[in-house]
Design a protein around this ligand. Structure first.
Ligand SMILES: NC(=O)c1ccc[n+]([C@@H]2O[C@H](COP(=O)([O-])OP(=O)(O)OC[C@H]3O[C@@H](n4cnc5c(N)ncnc54)[C@H](OP(=O)(O)O)[C@@H]3O)[C@@H](O)[C@H]2O)c1
Length: 346
């Protein structure tokens, strides 16, 4: 038995609320579900657990079902039936899903509550970086660009890429976010400079003016990538947006480039020409969550290397304002990459 302290507001909650691309109630054969799969909780009753004690503060690892190698198959409080999430004053969670935050941590509880985007980024970066290295051994990463669009997962991943010595750049759609990227040493690219860079691959525009607007935006975007990469293109492109940007993503990649993703924010059906992808030796990386056995390693990497998010107190919503948080997040009014909700006061 636990009481949630802070929950992290993530795109999966928005996907569930909009019932797109899947309706989790329908999938689980349940009329209603309590969402909230990521956040920190305080243990009220450890129910005989040898590793946990009453009062322990833990992060929730969302592995409701995992495969024999420890990778997630069904997600707690999302697509796993009969799981109750953190949007509740109290809930019950299997003890093997609770990872204590480090004792005497240098970081605050809200910072730890935003762990999931970091854990996801750690796992995706590990695979993408290794894939790139298989074809580009002994290359100086400082001559290669890692580029991304999306939110907090990309931000966390680019911080790892920067530490590995790559040039890093990311798009953002507001002045506040552009400033935050620059503060972190990530080259900020204002995506308002290419406002028509979205193409529905299943219904491409028939209108010539609309197509011309797309082409102008694509040209500006590719010019930017060229300038950042000495004309080579992105060595690793972290794309968590998906379908409408996929054409531009693939065009922006360098030879031997890796396109890597965990997300399909605006569409999950993507198309590419296999011949071009083979000839350009592009590698495609798709990952989901992280490996269960890596949980403590990633947590310790965060604590030991100060790889932690900055939390904006204005983006921590009270429990009775969660509806407002949902509305603000989906209308793009939350400037923070790491919005949270608080459930029980400490
Ligand atoms: N499979 C997994 O394990 C896993 C884990 C975590 C997340 N995800 C998925 O990954 C995706 C991203 O999640 P996140 O938490 O990093 O971010 P997020 O909170 O979903 O934010 C996405 C951001 O992308 C940017 N964006 C929106 N439309 C765009 C467009 N047309 N072009 C370029 N940028 C655009 C927006 O920022 P700006 O306006 O500032 O550009 C937006 O805030 C989501 O679909 C999520 O479900 C999957």
């Amino acid at each position: 038995m636990v009481e949630p302290l802070y929950g992290s507001w993530e795109a999966n909650i928005e996907h569930a609320l909009s019932r797109r691309p899947i309706d989790v109630c329908h999938l689980r054969h349940e009329e209603a579900v309590v969402l909230g799969n990521l956040g920190i909780v305080r243990v009220l009753d450890p129910k005989g657990s040898s590793s946990l004690q009453e009062g322990d503060i833990c992060m929730v690892m969302p592995f409701a079902e995992r495969d024999r190698y420890g990778y997630a198959e069904l997600i707690y409080a999302y697509d796993a039936p009969r799981t109750v999430g953190l949007l509740a004053k109290r809930t019950k969670i299997a003890t093997d899903l609770l990872l204590p935050i480090p004792g005497n941590s240098a970081y605050s509880l809200p910072q730890w509550a935003a762990y999931a985007r970091y854990f996801t980024a750690w796992d995706n970066w590990r695979v993408a970086h290794q894939c790139w290295s298989t074809q580009m051994p002994e290359q100086d990463p400082g001559e290669h660009l890692v580029f991304g669009w999306g939110g907090g997962v990309v931000l966390a991943e680019l911080q790892l890429a920067k530490r590995a010595g790559f040039r890093v750049a990311m798009t953002a759609g507001s002045d506040g976010r552009l400033a935050e990227l620059n503060r972190l040493g990530i080259t900020a690219v204002d995506r308002r400079l290419f406002p028509h860079l979205a193409l529905d691959p299943e219904h491409p525009p028939l209108d010539t003016e609309e197509m011309a607007r797309y082409r102008a935006s694509e040209k500006e975007f590719l010019r930017t990538i060229g300038a950042l990469s000495d004309g080579a293109g992105a060595a690793i492109f972290v794309d968590n947006i998906g379908a409408p940007l996929y054409k531009a993503t693939i065009k922006a990649m360098a030879r031997q480039g890796v396109v890597t993703t965990v997300g399909w924010k605006h569409g999950m059906r993507t198309f590419h020409l296999r011949a071009s992808e083979c000839i350009n030796r592009h590698l495609h990386v798709n990952t989901h969550v992280w490996r269960y056995d890596d949980c403590a390693t990633i947590r310790d990497h965060q604590e030991n290397t100060a790889w932690m998010p900055s939390i904006d107190p204005a983006a921590v919503y009270e429990f009775d304002k969660v509806g407002q948080l949902a509305a603000d997040y989906s209308s793009g009014k939350v400037d923070s990459y790491f919005p949270l909700y608080s459930v029980n006061p400490l």
